[in-house]
Design a binder for this molecule. Structure first.
Ligand code: SF4
Length: 456
């Protein structure tokens, strides 16, 4: 069967294009889809509309991503008319919501394949059905199997590695547990084997991924806990930089805090989503920690590694959030002095408890608070960047800078973006950069020039 599919793809020189929405988990799912398609003989298209197969990897965490997806799929009606043999596939979280796959298939009859987040391992069979048998495929039943050994197309010296799927937390605003299912950890031996193999291909930086990495191992009998996994990876592989996301404050243990400063590869950065500075709102969000507990975690982390970068997520305008609650969020920003924060206005998600809570805030109130929060966050981002002036930092070069093609961009261990003059040969390498200028989020400097003060 697959030989027929491979022969068809090769004979017609088929190409693909993937459009990804949402988080790093989705970005990595798209790498896996590319890996499957490359293995079947597809090649990547130069332009979306030149592709023979267009895939949309969807997100349902925010209303905005859903609206964009509908617009972008709808806009392909003409493409499908002009290129009748071409295929359109839509998959991912949004398709895993009850009834969503059927609704999308009915609304866009020119979409050929629709499937949920955990069905990527069936992609080959779905393509066979669509390309060889000419059938329309709709597959969005929940599936919680962990599939090992799927190919993934990665590029560069940084790679994502999933360690746990799903989430058991049911924060009241979040749809993830409904679409990604219960927590399922991969075996530590499989994770370490994958990282070891990646190190052999030139990868030197790994980000461990999970909706809540701190739950890692709780569902596995006799396997490692998350801190043990971190130490195990550091001990057994040659990885130079290790990161993880996302970490839930309620599960951040002393043992994990102790990894900072003692595990050599663990970078001096933590992304610790707080969501609100008001304990009352945190309770309504079912976050199961208080403002005080969060502050305690940050001071323990800074006591171990004073230069650690702390980044976070905020949701403003959660149902019932008063001006006083919001002021507590602002005062938390002042107290923690975050190095960066992703900020969002609350948006109602079907199935979640918060969607039916009374006291929903108006769009105008949410926008006004978001603007005030962003302005304050930016003050601290600038202060954080200014601390690097005159220091020399170690940068893992990622790419040509998007702002200036004569420059390269990369990140410090503390996740600061750095831009400096250089050439493409240095992509993937570690470079010492002396910082002589900072803009809001980016540090600027020159490679190999050391102003004399050692930084991170
Ligand atoms: S921890 Fe909360 S916010 Fe994060 S994925 Fe789970 S339910 Fe959503």
């Amino acid at each position: 069967m697959n030989e027929d599919l491979r022969a068809h793809i090769a004979r017609n020189g088929l190409t693909y294009h993937i459009e990804t929405y949402g988080c790093q988990m989705n970005a990595h799912e798209s790498e896996k889809a590319s890996g499957v398609l490359d293995a079947l003989g597809f090649s990547a298209a130069g332009e979306k509309r030149e592709a023979d197969l267009i895939l949309f990897n969807t997100c349902c965490v925010r209303e905005h991503a859903e609206a964009r997806l509908s617009g972008n799929v709808g806009a392909l009606k003409e493409y499908k008319l002009a290129k009748p043999g071409a295929l359109i596939a839509v998959w991912g979280c949004m398709m895993q919501q009850p009834g969503a796959a059927a609704r999308l298939a009915a609304r866009f009859p020119f979409v050929d394949i629709v499937f949920g987040t955990n069905q990527l391992h069936h992609l080959e069979n779905m393509l066979y059905a669509a390309l060889i048998d000419g059938k329309r495929v709709l597959m969005a039943e929940p599936d919680e199997t962990i599939i090992e050994g799927m190919p993934a197309k990665r590029s560069g010296a940084s790679a994502f590695v999933n360690i746990i799927y799903g989430c058991n937390n049911y924060c009241t605003y979040c749809i993830v547990p409904y679409v990604r299912g219960r927590e399922r950890s991969r075996k530590s031996s499989d994770i370490i084997k994958e990282i070891d193999a990646l190190c052999g291909t030139g990868v030197t930086e790994i980000t461990l991924l999970g909706q809540n990495v701190n739950s890692y191992g709780k569902d596995l009998e006799g396997d490692m806990s998350f801190p043990e996994l971190i130490r195990g990876i550091d001990r057994s592989t040659g990885i130079k930089r290790l990161r993880f996301m996302t970490s839930h404050p309620k599960d951040l243990t002393e043992e994990l805090i102790a990894c900072y400063g003692s595990v050599k590869s663990l970078c001096e950065h933590i992304h610790l989503p707080v969501q609100s500075g008001s304990s009352r709102i945190l309770a309504a969000m079912n976050r199961r920690y208080t403002r005080g507990h969060y502050l305690e975690l940050v001071s323990k982390l800074r006591a171990r590694v004073p230069e650690i970068a702390v980044t976070t997520d905020f949701i403003v305008g959660f149902p019932g959030e008063t001006e006083a609650d919001f002021e507590e969020t602002l005062s938390l920003v002042r107290e923690v002095r975050f190095d960066a924060a992703y900020t969002f206005a609350y948006s109602k998600r079907a199935l979640t408890r918060a969607a039916s809570m009374p006291e929903q805030l108006s769009r105008a109130e949410k926008s006004e608070r978001l603007m005030r929060l962003n302005a304050l966050v930016l003050d601290y981002v600038k202060q954080s960047s200014a601390r690097y002036l005159g220091k020399t930092v170690e940068v893992l070069t990622e790419d040509i800078s998007r702002m200036n093609s004569a420059e390269l961009s990369g990140r410090t261990r503390t996740v600061k973006m750095v831009s400096f003059p250089g050439t493409a040969e240095d992509i993937g390498k570690y470079v010492r950069v002396g910082i002589d200028r900072v803009s809001n989020h980016t540090l600027h400097g020159k490679a190999g020039i050391d102003p004399g003060v050692k930084g991170l």
